[in-house]
Design a protein around this ligand. Sequence first.
Ligand code: GPW
Length: 801
Amino acid sequence: MTDVDLRTSILRHLTYSLGSDADHATQHDWRIALSLAVRDRLIENWHAASRATRAVGAKRVYYLSMEFLIGRLLEDAIVNLRLEDEAQQALTGLGLDPVAVIQDEPDAALGNGGLGRLAACFMESLSTLGVPAFGYGIRYEHGLFRQSFEEGRQIETAEDWLTQYHAWEFERRDVRFKMCFGGEVVEEGGKPVWHGQEAVMAQAYDTPVIGWRGRWANTLRLWSAQPLHGFDLDRFNRGEYAAAAEPEALARTISRVLYPDDTTEQGKELRLKQEYFFTAASLRDILRRFEAEGGALTDLPKRAAIQLNDTHPAIAGPELVRLLHDEREMPLDQAIATARGCLSYTNHTLMPEALERWSEDLMTSLLPRHMQLIERIDAAHAAEQPSRSVSLTGDGEVRMGELAFVMAHKVNGVSALHTDLMKKTVFAELHRLHPDRIVNETNGVTPRRWLLSANPRLSGLITRTIGEGWVDDLEQLERLEPSLTDPAFLDAYAAAKRANKADLADWLAAEHGVQVDPDAMFDVQIKRIHEYKRQHLNILEAIALWRDIKANPQGNWVPRVKIFAGKAAPGYFFAKEIIRLINDVAAVINSDPETNRYLKVIFLPNYNVSLAERLIPASDLSEQISTAGKEASGTGNMKFALNGAPTIGTLDGANVEIRDRVGARNFFLFGMTADEVEARRAVPEHAAQAIAADPRLSGALMEISRGTFSRRDRHRYRGVVANLSGADYFLVCSDFTAYWDAQRRADAAFADADAWRRMAACNTARSGWFSSDRTIRGYMADIWDVVAVRSGLDEAMQPPG
Ligand code: GPW
C-alpha cells in the first residue's frame, strides 16, 4: 500500500476499507480514508523499530501513566512523516478542505491536564530520539468530560470519542491477561497463594507513536477491561435479558471513564481498581516479553526501565515483587532489589490533597496479598534505617508516595524548584536516608506539535532564518540571536504573530460571536481551574482595570483581550464559582460601551489540546500566576514562551528556569517567593491588611460584593469574597498589588511595539532548552540507563536531495 501516491491510497481506502463511494462520502469518511492512507506509511517503520530493538537486545523504557492526553493524531502523523504537501495536494485535488478534514478528528482526551500531556510529549520525544519504549495506560471509553456554560455555570457532558471509528489503534487479540481482585490469601505447600474473587480480562489496544521524520515508532498500549465470559446464555434463555448482560457491564466499568479530578485525591474504590488493573496488566506484559527473549530474572533491570508517572501506578512495587517472589520463587529480598532496579517514580505535586493514600481496609479487601507485601517491604526498609522514622502505613492508610519512593531506585521532581522543595518538605526524611535517590528532570514540550505544527507561520520564518535543524535540536533556536536586532526579521516575526491573532479574531467572531481587535494585547490564561493557579487573581485585576478605565475614559489605555479557558473538577465547588464569576464579569464588561474598546474578557468553553494549539500561537502575554511553591512545573508556560508570548508570572515551578533563560527583562515577574509565602501565611489578618492597603483591590471586591456582576442575585459571590478576605490560603490579596504593577509594566512594554516584538522574539530564541527531547535525554542518562537504537531506516527516510 505504500507504493502508491497518497491520493490513490486515500481513494482505495475510501472504496475498499470503508466501502464508501466518492460521490457520497462524508467528511468523516474522507478523514478516515486519509488516516488509513497515512497510517500505511508508518507501519513498516513501526515494525522495523521493534525488530531492531530485539536484534540488539536493547533495554526498553516502559512509561506507566493513568493519563495520555494525546489530542488529535492525524496531523501529528502527517507532520512527522513530512506528508504536508502531498496531503494538501491530494485533498484539494479531491475537492476537500484540508483544514476541515484534519479538524474533523475528535480530541483524544485521555487525561486531565499537564500530567497527561507530559506523558504524550514524552512518547513523541522517545520516538524522535529512537529510544525503544512502550507507553502503558487505560483505554477509557469516555475521556475528560465536555464543558459548556449555562448562565455562566459549567455544565459537564460525557465525552465519547470512541463512538467514532478509531483509525489509529490495533486490537491485539493475542495480548490479554486475566486480572483478579479481592478474595483471600491461603497457605498452600508452605507458600501464600492469592485466590482472587473477581476477575476481568485486560485486552491490549496498540497505537503507533511516530517520531520526527518517521525514523522510529514506538507503541502506546492501552488496556480495555472486558468480561471473562461474555454473555450469560442460560440467564437469557430463562428470560432474564438485562441480567444476561450484567457481567459485561460490570467488567467494563473499570475502563469506562477517566476520573476528572486533577491534583485532588478522592480515594474511590473504582480508582484503585483502575490503577491496579492497568499496572498489573502492563507488568504481566513486560515479564512475558522479557521471558520470551530469554535471560535470568535478576537481569530484568538491564532490560526494563519502568517509569511510574506519579503514584497512580505505585502498586507496581508490590505487584512486581509478587510476580517475582510468589509466582517465580525469587527470594523476597532479591525480588525487592530486582523490582527497585527497574522502577523509578516521578512526583508531580507537593500539595497534601493530591498525595494518594489508600485505606488499609480497602487495600486488604481488594488486594490482600499486596497489603501483606507492603508490610514486608515496609519491614525490610525499616530494618535499613536505625531511626525507623519512615513508615509506609499509618493512621490506617497506605502512603503511596512513600511506597513509590522506597520501591524506586530514582525519584524525580519536574522542575528545579519543585525538586528542591521535595527534598525539604514531603520527602525530607526519605531524602536523608537515601540522599542520592532524588534527581531533577525539568519538564519539556515537543517542538513538533507545539511549534512546527501549531504555528506554521513562525516555524516557517525560523526555518527560513536558521534552517530546519531546530526541529529535533531545539537549542539551535539560539542561532536566532543575531536576528533579534535585524529589523527585517523582527518585522516578519511581528507579522506572523499579527496574522495568527487575526485568524483567532476571525474564529472568535465566527464560533463565539465576540468581536476583538487583533491589535489589542491578547492576555491568555489557559489551564485547569484551581485556587492555587489563581484565575481569581486575574479576574480581580480585570475588575480593577475596568474601574480605572471608567474613572478616566480619556486615559491612554492599552487595549486588552483577556482570554480564559479551562475545566473545573465537577466536585470542586470553589473552582466552579470562579468560572461563573469570570463569565459574569465578562458579560458586564464586554457590554460596557465606555470601556469595551479597551477591555474584553472571554471564557472559552471546553478547553482541550486542540484549543491550546489554536490559542498559544496567537497569544501576547502568558499568565503563569500560581502561588509560589504550588505549581510543580507547568508546561503551558514553556509553550507560550516558545511561541513568543512573554510571561507574567511568579517564581514558581519552571517559571524560574524560563526567566533564567529568556532574561529578566523579557519576563514580568511579580509576587512573593515560596519562602515569603510561608512567612506571609503566618501573619494574622494578612488578607484584610492587603485589602486595606490597596483601594483598587478593595474596590474590586466591593464591586463583586454589591452584586455588580450578579444583579438578580446580589449575594451570589458572598462565599468567594469571604474566602478572599478571610483565610485566603493562596494569598490572592497579598500578591494583588504586585500583580497589578506587573500588568502595568506589561502595558507600557506592549505600547512600544518595537520593544515588544524584540521581547517576544527573545522568548522564542531562548526557549530551546524546554524541548521534551532534552528532558528525555536527562531521564535516559540519570534514571533509565538506556541508549537510542537505530532502525536502519534513517537513510531511507531522509528526504531526497
Ligand atoms: F497531582 N499535575 C497534573 F501531581 O496535571 F498528580 N495532574 C495531577 O494530578 C498532578 C500534577 C498530581 C501537573 C502539575 O500540576 C504541573 O505543575 C506539572 O507541570 C505537570 O503535572 C507535569 O509534570
